[in-house]
Design a protein around this ligand. Structure first.
Ligand code: 3NM
Ligand code: MG
Length: 521
């Protein structure tokens, strides 16, 4: 069911409160509506005092609001109220109805979440078929008077680790209790476990008591998204200094966001529109200009050039060479994407001509293309179309990218299930991404465009490797996030979701205060 598979579903979980101390004189439906507009992804109606009649009528109104936004509504404790309004499920405390009985009443498709205050309760709930866990109480809170023990970040982390040891890391988890904008980043980094990361955070007062529930939700939502991305960067980048990556990747993305660098694309007929949209989504300013004589003026604008020979022609080749020289003169970076490099004799010759015409800063291709650029492939061996066919071992690939990077004094990217990036001395393997990227056209080309935006803002040659890594991570993590969206049914609906995710990830990253990096041990 949707509530189990959607990665983002539990990102920001709102638990309502109808008491005057928290809700004040605000209208609960209005608060929930605004909170969802600000980024709340799931709502629990929790009302410990109202009569059943009020519970049912309020739940009905809330359900209209949540349905309008395609957000699930769960009811605290009251299985009967959930049934009465036909909402998406219930949240049960340890003293409420047992899961088995609730499941029998609600049926298999409804969501049943469980509160867990310790490791035993968490594991038992998973054994009994909980759809997600609310783990708490993390910090002491005025909102719930009868809280049991305070778990703290160490207790939360231990609970998550115990769940993964028992094989329950696939059960979504949120934490609750005293959480707000001032501590969420710390909770997501120090309270989460790499093997079993928290899906999200549940709050009452941080949103329900806020003067502006939409603004409060947006702030929390951004902090959580940023932490998710941060955790993933950590996972992906053990191969080079974690500090370098943690420190620089967010800065690169933020700098692109702030400076809107020009991404000058001399690209193929197939991807013009998609590449321009990807450039915009990552925060760059695209220009799709194939006339080489324009390059001298464009190179002065502080951007980077992409030469993508996907639909190479004799005239096109001359234009590449003119533009390459112009960017070299202006000391601006050039990304070369030798699409289908080995496919025909014409393309093999074109690769050589481009490489001889000037200095390339980043060379990006699949295994077959990189092999052709390296020159190891004989002219009689031809590549089928532009898709890659893998033949080298991992160690051979590492050797190849490193050697080519050294020889050409460039950063070399070999894309594949695991991407390899090398500057000749340091080599990074990245295993993010999603299979949908291989099912739509132009993703390789638009990765080149994304990389151009990142290297455009990286003045120091030494940091080019990290700039390229930043581009790949942003691109591939956005693909993962997009593929998990509930609107995505296949490669077609993936395309717009992917553009959204690129935009959401880079704006979240850019909005983040870089001081959270200092907390990283
Ligand atoms: N359940 P606030 S703590 C509803 O520990 C609830 O299970 C808790 O409110 C638990 O976000 C809590 O305002 C209240 O601190 C959380
Ligand atoms: Mg309860």
């Amino acid at each position: 069911t949707a509530h189990n598979s959607d990665y983002n579903l539990y990102r920001l979980y709102l638990v309502t409160d109808s008491t005057p101390a928290i809700l004040g004189d605000k209208d609960i439906c209005d608060v929930v509506d605004r909170a969802i507009q600000g980024g709340v992804t799931i709502v629990q109606y929790r009302d410990k005092t109202s009569d059943t009649g009020v519970l049912v009528s309020t739940a009905r109104k809330l359900h209209q609001v949540t349905q309008k936004h395609h957000v699930p509504l769960l009811i605290n404790d009251r299985v009967d109220v959930a049934l009465a309004v036909g909402c998406e499920g219930v949240h049960l405390g340890q003293d409420d109805m047992d899961i088995a009985t609730a499941r029998q009443i609600l049926g298999p498709s409804k969501c049943i979440g469980i509160s867990a205050n310790n490791i035993q309760e968490a594991i038992l709930a998973c054994e009994q078929g909980a759809d997600y866990l609310g783990i708490g109480t993390i910090f002491s809170t005025q909102t719930k008077k009868d809280t049991k023990s305070i778990l703290g970040l160490a207790g939360l982390k231990q609970t998550l680790e115990s769940l993964s040891e028992k094989g329950y890391e696939h059960i979504p988890t949120v934490c609750i209790g005293g959480l707000n904008a001032s501590n969420i980043t710390q909770v997501m980094s120090h309270g989460s476990s790499p093997k079993n990361p928290l899906n999200g955070v549940a709050v009452v007062s941080a949103i329900m008591a806020a003067h502006d529930p939409k603004a409060a939700s947006m702030q929390l939502s951004n902090l959580i998204t940023e932490s998710h991305m941060q955790n993933r960067i950590q996972e992906s980048c053990r191969a080079i200094s974690k500090h370098t990556v943690l420190d620089l990747v967010p800065k690169v993305i933020k700098t692109v966001h702030e400076n809107k660098p020009l991404s000058h694309n001399m690209t193929n007929l197939v991807v013009q529109n998609f590449a321009a949209n990807v450039a915009l989504a990552v925060g760059a300013s695209p220009i799709m200009a194939n006339y080489g004589l324009e390059a001298a003026d464009l190179a002065k604008l502080g951007g980077a050039l992409v030469i993508n020979m996907g639909t190479v022609t004799p005239e096109g080749l001359d234009n590449y060479k003119v533009a390459l020289k112009a960017y070299n003169t202006a000391k601006r970076p050039v990304v070369f994407d030798p699409v289908g490099a080995g496919a025909t004799a014409v393309r093999r010759a074109a690769v050589k001509e481009v490489l001889c015409a000037g200095h390339i800063d980043v060379i990006k291709g699949n295994e077959s293309e990189i092999k052709t650029v390296y020159g190891g492939k004989s002219d009689s061996e031809s590549q089928r179309g532009v898709d890659s066919s893998s033949t080298l071992s991992h160690a051979e690939k590492v050797q190849l990218v490193r050697e080519l990077a050294k020889r050409r004094k460039a950063v070399v990217v070999m894309t594949g299930k695991t991407d390899l990036v090398s500057d000749g001395s340091r080599t990074v393997a990245i295993s993010n991404g999603h299979e949908y990227l291989g099912m739509i056209t132009g993703t390789g080309c638009t990765l080149g465009t994304t990389i151009s935006a990142m290297v455009a803002v990286c003045e120091a040659r030494d940091n080019r490797l990290v700039a390229v890594v930043a581009g790949i991570l942003l691109f591939e993590i956005a693909a993962e996030t997009a593929a998990r969206k509930s609107t995505v049914e296949g490669p077609g609906s993936f395309v717009p979701a992917f553009l959204d995710s690129l935009y959401q990830l880079r704006t979240a990253m850019a909005a983040g205060d870089a001081s959270w990096l200092d907390q990283e041990k």
